[in-house]
Write a protein that binds this ligand. Structure first.
Ligand code: FAD
Length: 432
């Protein structure tokens, strides 16, 4: 078995892990960053890959490119299967073991299906590049299959979860039908397909203010989204969903944006997990009961100023990563780690072309409509990692905006395309 020792081992190359590794290396520490993927994925824009608006290259930046000027950061592409919290050691799926003088756990989260029967087997989550390419291919297969026969066969799509991910995804799929399919395939066909947004609570965008929620609902209805609120999904099958109010919706595709939970690895490793299966950390991001072990980002319940956990946001992950990098360095240099102070920059969600909601700064000043749309674009360009990724996103958005054509109609996953195509083609010719 290989064995190597570093100043700090960081598990996870998302917003939190990258920021932690970068900050620790800037302070002279030797870092090993381990991720199961060779790239950093920009989750806030995955739904745009799934709806053919952005290319994978815009949202997935190679970790080697991020750290090319930081020789103190070494990379290992492997899945961590076990963590020894006392020894600061991790074991990877290829059998190697890596030890640090300190350990940073930044493995993010995974979809939470809340034990809904059939959801894990049949629904499409949207948490990784692999999820986004699977959904993109399935949707393209569905549209092509539905329109390949003599008479086009309409279909419905169900998006579960009225949070920012669900709202953005439902809005984008509805716009695909309204602006793109309607224009380039058939307006009648596009009008007969429906996107349903389902949530057990009776409003969308729960973390936002009531005016933002109302604006979002109006805009979603305007682009043709059917809001089915106040009734949760009780089961998902290959052919549809059942709801708590006893109704069912027939659909070949269910998108799951119903929530996240901490990775199973956290509890399996003996980390103290609390709400949402996330690690309950101390205010300085350290894990109580273990020395020089930190947990951050979506993997942690990080106490905010009033003690309640901060939300799972890119800004929380990024800031907690940089803070942990500083605290790791302080501890290894004999100084005291300091409590994390989060700078709240606000929250935003895109609903569609020219329509977004933004609540900016600590006071969450509300913006809605084209101004919020412009703010959303600027913020996301700034947040994207890497110049080629930013240029690619700007060019794609401009192309999409001015031509009403989705710029990345790419079948990344032929097997998913074929599933969608066959399902709709069969029901169109009555053999399904
Ligand atoms: C669809 C979607 C849309 C979002 N939109 C927004 C938004 O608009 N604004 C916003 O602020 N936030 C948004 N978020 C939240 C934001 O993306 C997350 O809070 C942030 O990515 C968390 O960063 P992280 O580093 O903690 O975890 P992640 O970004 O999930 O990174 C975790 C990393 O750990 C790696 N990993 C996991 N397990 C292992 C293992 N066992 N071994 C090795 N590597 C492992 C993964 O490959 C991944 O690279 C969104 C999230 C999603 C899913």
């Amino acid at each position: 078995m290989d064995e190597h020792t570093y100043d700090v081992v960081v598990v996870g190359g998302g917003f939190a892990g990258v920021a932690a590794a970068r900050t620790a290396a800037q302070r002279g520490l030797h870092v090993l960053l381990i991720d199961s993927n060779p790239f950093h994925q920009f989750q806030p824009l995955l739904y745009q890959v799934a709806t053919s608006q952005l290319s994978v290259a815009a949202v997935a930046r190679p970790l080697r490119s991020i750290f090319r000027r930081r020789p103190r950061v070494q990379l290992r592409i492997a899945r961590v299967t076990a963590i020894d919290l006392t020894d600061h050691a991790v074991t990877t799926s290829d059998g190697a073991m890596f030890r640090g003088r300190s350990l940073v756990v930044a493995v993010g989260a995974e979809p939470n299906f809340f034990d809904t029967p059939g959801a894990k087997q049949h629904a499409y989550p949207l948490y990784s590049v692999a999820d986004a390419t699977a959904l993109a291919s399935r949707l393209l297969g569905l549209i092509d299959g539905a329109t390949s026969g003599e008479t086009a066969q309409p279909f419905d799509i169900v998006v579960v979860g009225g949070g920012p991910t669900g709202v953005e995804t439902a809005g984008a799929i509805a716009e695909n039908l309204d602006y793109v399919v309607s224009r380039y395939v058939s307006p009648d066909f596009a009008a007969s397909c429906t996107v349903h947004l389902v949530d057990m609570v009776d409003q969308v965008l729960t973390p936002f203010s009531v005016p933002s929620q109302q604006y979002a609902q109006r805009r979603l209805k305007k682009v043709g989204v059917n809001l089915k609120l106040g009734s949760g999904v009780t089961a998902v099958t290959e052919h549809g969903v059942s709801l708590a109010d006893g109704t069912t919706i027939d659909t070949p595709v269910v998108v799951w944006a119903g929530g996240l939970k901490g990775s199973a690895l956290l509890a399996e490793s003996g980390l103290p997990v609390g709400r949402g299966g996330r690690v309950d950390v101390a205010p300085d991001l350290s894990v109580p009961g273990f020395q020089r072990v930190y947990a951050l980002g979506d993997a942690a319940n990080i106490p905010g100023p009033d003690g309640t956990p901060l939300p799972q946001l890119g800004s929380v992950a990024q800031q907690s990563g940089a803070w942990a990098g500083r605290n790791v360095h302080a501890e290894l240099s004999g100084a005291q780690p300091t409590p994390f102070a989060y700078r709240d920059k606000g929250i935003m969600a895109m609903i569609g072309r020219g329509a977004a909601v933004a609540e900016l700064g600590r006071r969450h000043r509300g913006l809605r409509g084209p101004l919020a749309f412009a703010a959303w674009l600027v913020v996301h360009v700034m947040l994207l990692s890497g110049i080629p990724q930013r240029v690619s996103a700007i060019v794609s958005w401009a192309w999409d905006y001015f031509t009403h054509r989705r710029p990345h109609v790419v079948v990344y996953r032929p097997e998913e395309y074929a599933r969608g195509h066959l399902a709709t083609a069969r029901s169109a010719d009555g053999t399904g």
